[in-house]
Write a protein that binds this ligand. Sequence first.
Ligand code: GLU
Ligand code: MG
Length: 454
Amino acid sequence: MEPTRTAERAAAPRPAAAAGDHLARKGVRTVALTWVDNAGITRVKTVPLNRLQHAVDWGVGMSPVFDVFLVDDSITTSRYIGGPAGDLRLFPDLGRLTALAGQPGWAWAPADRRTQDGEPHVACQRTFAQNIVRQAAKAGLTLKMAFEVEWFVGAQDGTPACRGPAYGMTRVIELSAYIDAVLTALREQDVPVQQFHPEYAPGQLELSVGAADPVAAADRNILVRQTIRAVSQQHGYHVSFAPTVVAGGVGNGGHLHLSAWQDRANLFSGGDGPHGLTDRGESVLAGLLARLPALCAIGAPSPGSYLRLVPQRWAGPWHCWGLENREAALRFITGSAGERDRAANAELKCFDASANPYLIAGAVTAVAAAALSAGLRLPPEVPGDPALLPEADQPPRLPQSVPEAVAALRKDDLLPDALGAPLLEAFCAVRLAEHELFADAEPAAVAEATRWKY
Ligand code: GLU
Ligand code: MG
């Protein structure tokens, strides 16, 4: 370490001190620093509260080998990253430091990964997202995003924790104290919950949160899932965010809602294009639609993703778009008359929570920014259920396997460059190794092996 950097750091303000005092008053004793790996697993190092300042100044050590960890904790390797040697530092983002309402005594902050010399780690997913968002902002584009969270809540034996029907009030009554505890914990953590409802599949629930800038949306997604998991645990429940909980059933989506803004105006509203899209808004959506097969590698990245991504389960398996069409991968939403300038957004339904949300946030932003001024036009929309059309008239399906999606990602002329070779190679190695891991497994075995992992 060269002396100047050491001196700079020693002279830096001590922001963690004030934050630490505040947390100590709330009874916090330990801080969890999380990052999400290429397998979509949230991994963690924790520090006592009195070491938070040290972590802010110097980071916390962790190996780069986590970049090639699989969902079952086995380890692969990749062209640039792999093997037991080396060290990285985890730097908590103090701006997101949150006392965890579902885990008394604990606080949380998402971490960025840097080298021991303080340089960004080339394969840090959160840094990738931050860089892309910064570049988009320079081009005048602001995206707002929100990840929807669907989850399965199971009793101790893994069967659904409730018996009431889909979307039924009975489920809310059965799980009344639990749901109230989840929503209360989120409120205490300043997460703006917009709505909660029981979903379609047995034991399935869902909540939506307010939109935020892409990195904040990814952070929030991690915080929400951790909070749900912690509260579930307190109530004696198991929780699954896996795309396929039960083979053959409706899965858990991790739909991404997004809107694109320039000069504080929503590009998805008030224009002359389809359903009020502006020229630039339409171009952004056309760019996203065109690159959805490649984006699936990132947003629907696991073997379980492709058990979920099938027709007539509202998972958006068709490569098309449509107004409020829940079978289309890209569902366009205008919002109600009178609020469209604020509410119009697009939903990418094909994504799920086995993905790394930072990679989704960065990749979607990169595609949107490239499309902004490209003058792209959307193809004709598909208004109903594509499965009911004569086969010749059906839109194409999105990729139907991990290798198909990874091949589309590798072929894409934008995303590999945006990710950079070390991150791209590590990511593809992990996802293809997971495919190999389950290549001979029946769907039920894939669901069983991954049900409680995400
Ligand atoms: N659970 C469905 C999925 O797999 C989505 C249901 C909905 O439209 O919210 O994505
Ligand atoms: Mg839903």
